[in-house]
Design a protein around this ligand. Sequence first.
Ligand code: GLA
Length: 753
Amino acid sequence: MITYNEKAKTWKLDTPHTSYICALADGKYLPHVYYGKSVSDTDLSYLTRTDEGPFVPSVNPAEKQGFLDVCPMEYPCSGTGDSREAAISIENEAGQEGLELTFRSFRIIDGKPALPGLPASFGEPCQTLVITMEDTILHIAVELFYTVFDDVDVLTRSTRIINEGEETLFLTRALSVSLDLPEAGGEEVLTFSGTWAREHRPVRTPAGPTAIVTKSLRGESGHDGQPFIGLLSENADYENGKVYGLHLVYSGDYFGSARVNPFASNRLALGINPDHFRWKLLPGADFQTPEAVLTYSDAGLGGMSRTLHDFYRRHLIRQRWAFENRPVLINNWEATYFDFNTEKLLSIAEEASKAGIDLLVVDDGWFGHDRSEPSGSLGDWFVNEQKLPGGVHYLSQKLHENNMKLGLWFEPEMVSENSDLYRAHPDWVLKLHGRQPARCRDQYVLDFSNPDAVNYIILSIEKILKSAPVAYLKWDMNRPLCDAGSAYLPVDQQGELWHRHVLGLYRIQETLLSDFPDLLIENCSSGGARFDPGMLYYSPQIWTSDDMDPIERAMINEGTELLYPVSAMGSHVCKERNDITGRRVPLATRVFSAMIGSFGYELDITELPAEEKTLLPGQIAFYEKVMRPLILFGDYYRLASLADNGRYDAVELVSKDRSEAIVFFLQGLAQPNAKSTLIRLQGLNPEVAYLLEKVDLGTDADSASHEKDFTDGPALGGLDGGRLHGDTLMGAGLHVEHVREDFWSTMIHLVKE
Ligand code: GLA
């Protein structure tokens, strides 16, 4: 997988279909040479153009700055000549910034070293190249880690910076990856935007000499972006084009940028956001950056998605849950909000159990003295016995009698002013000197740089988990960080607070999972504000968005699925009239939509009309039998985008052996005077005949709830129950009838004959 060409002094890292090459130049610099589709040769060092003016410094010392400013670099330094985006910057005791990294040594090892305190990919077989660079003036060693796995087209990179000298240094920038790619012209940069209830919208911007920057300043990855930057060839779409994707395994403030430099090279960079970041590096100390995931696909965005999905399922999500059936759950939040007690919960559980639901999540409101609204009790992680007499133990026993398990909501990073915790430790709150911290959802943020606060949270959560069998934990975070001052950290370490918050968060989740290995954690942050690969390491599913309206979810899912496996998306059936949009959506559409993800319900099932209650067992049985295996193990294809065409959305899931597939088609607003829609399937076996069947869960929007007349046409152009070959379905396509009903949807099940 990793080869060193001694003569050419190049390192070549091969994945099944890609190659990555870097080289030694002028005996000491480390230029980037190539990343893309697999190539046979190891010596491509001519691509660095070091034999062109201004030439390498040993040939032309008079123009060293010019060399450093154009050479494609693996890990560019600040302050000494490369004026493009730097990957590393260090301040010395004199307050000056600048360093120059030169080659010291390298080693190739089998396997992959762990990243202390950080989530990171794992699994065999893989190989790691460690190139050690140094700055002989600052006495700094910088280890560049590159890992390749032999089963997927992904390469990971991270960096460890070690202070080998006697001076205290300050790291002001330490990105995880920098990648200099030649410009072909017409490229676009892919980033993400969004906000609460409208998360994960892909944004394409023409690449050029103006830097395109994506970053978070919220202490979390945020609703409004992804720790990701991609570069797409001209007109790349879901099926075609060259796509580079860089994704950071990190849950705090990130920084990504792309800029075309004067000599037609595109520099991509990704890592911890240098704003707010200043890390004290004492003599002998080291700093480990988070890991970046790099992928290249020449099969468009769809190719990138499928590679990332496979990589995350096989090499990032804890294997205890990655491919394991997740419980079908019911969450009481939108059913009751804060207004519940044991009796109400058990009435929901009774209905849920009859339907075959596995687990009840008791959401916000079960703890502290008074949590009848968002203003109190965060931090007081003990059961409110007035609301839940007998506590969690009694509740879990009752659930057990109904064949169900218990899940509990926590928001461990937060504290309410009206709480025992705040009264005891007002200094555990993030706060700038002399200022009242800004409230958000009426709560403050705990200072996780303080180990006492972190230990308190571990102890209080574990106390609950030990008091009764709790199978699932929903970890929420309902506000961003600000006022980031710590009463705990000394003056010259305040710049470490944002990263230390994330390290504290990781330490707690790591401890919980090592003490309770079967626990299923679902991360959440006001919906999808912390949906990132760092969280995915701990939690195989993440709450995608508070917005469960299927029309909105189609657009939220599109962005999320670009990067994350479908099984990672927490997805619930909402009420008929959605609480966020006010939109009324037919039951079939709400159910089908929620089935594209890790499935559950979030409505008061005790109040469902009797005819809808009787449908629940069929929905759950279908999800468990057909959908869940396709989601856990299968491949994902996007066939159409409601966000792009404004009319309909279509996704497909195909089993790895291509013997079975599901297509979910969702119509937006019904169009007047419309005809049926042609969709071409993907990923099937061209030679195999498939039997086609429309999924009927008894709530068929086709027959029961809308008036059908001759303008609608027969289901699937008369092919429902029919048979077609993979090449026909992919080449000629299928007609999905137009139905005169807003938000109508259908699901088609294909099985190899
Ligand atoms: C956040 C979550 C919701 C719910 C509420 C409870 O908004 O995203 O799912 O848990 O908090 O306060």
